[in-house]
Design a protein around this ligand. Sequence first.
Ligand code: SF4
Length: 243
Amino acid sequence: MLRVHSIETFGANEGPGIRLVVFLQGCPLQCLYCHNPDTQPCDPAMGRLYSNEQILELLEKERPYFIRKGGLTVSGGEPTLQTPGLLELFPLVRERGFHAAIDTNGVIYNPQVNALYDMTDLIILDVKHIDDTWHRKLTGGTNHGVLRNAEYREKSGKPMWLRYVLVPGWTDQLEFLEQWAQHFAGYTTVERVEILPYHTLGVHKYAALGRPYGLEGVAQPSRHRIEQARRIFAAHLPNVIVA
Ligand code: SF4
């Protein structure tokens, strides 16, 4: 069983092709820019339980639209908080010929998560800051697990996409962009790098939850800053796109 926050059918931005995107409830981080803060609480009263059969049924309904590339993406919140459930679901998903992806912040690193990575066709890894002090300031957690998970995936030889949210004053420091790109420059498994310019679409949710918004007053990055980041990444990494 999985505790699900919401489900998007026909998702087009969470992996290759058309995807069924399952957003799980609960996240160990509190990113200042999180546009889905309602997914963060690990509260058993929140979300709705889905059995493997229910998710497989949804996948079967969308099968004609997946063609060769599409499939299931599990996102969040943070999917690896529910690794035991995913270790049961993913073999069933793949037995039926569906492509399985995880969109993860990578902070949880342990043998169970290693096993989950091994049965996942594509890992979409959000590496939110290369500098640990800034990562902690931005997310409330260390990046140690993130970098270990990236290394584990690289050693496995299986594909990975990297994601980076570009936030003015927080993640657009040139020296750290350069360090980020150089860190992954030798990786052979990185198929694509997505730069996600910061936006404020989820801000109203904080007011609804009665929580202060940590990036009040931060503007969206200028075209110039986005292009600067893209060039730095593209100098070291393949297939860099601005999403
Ligand atoms: S990892 Fe994702 S879901 Fe969790 S707090 Fe950060 S942005 Fe929100």
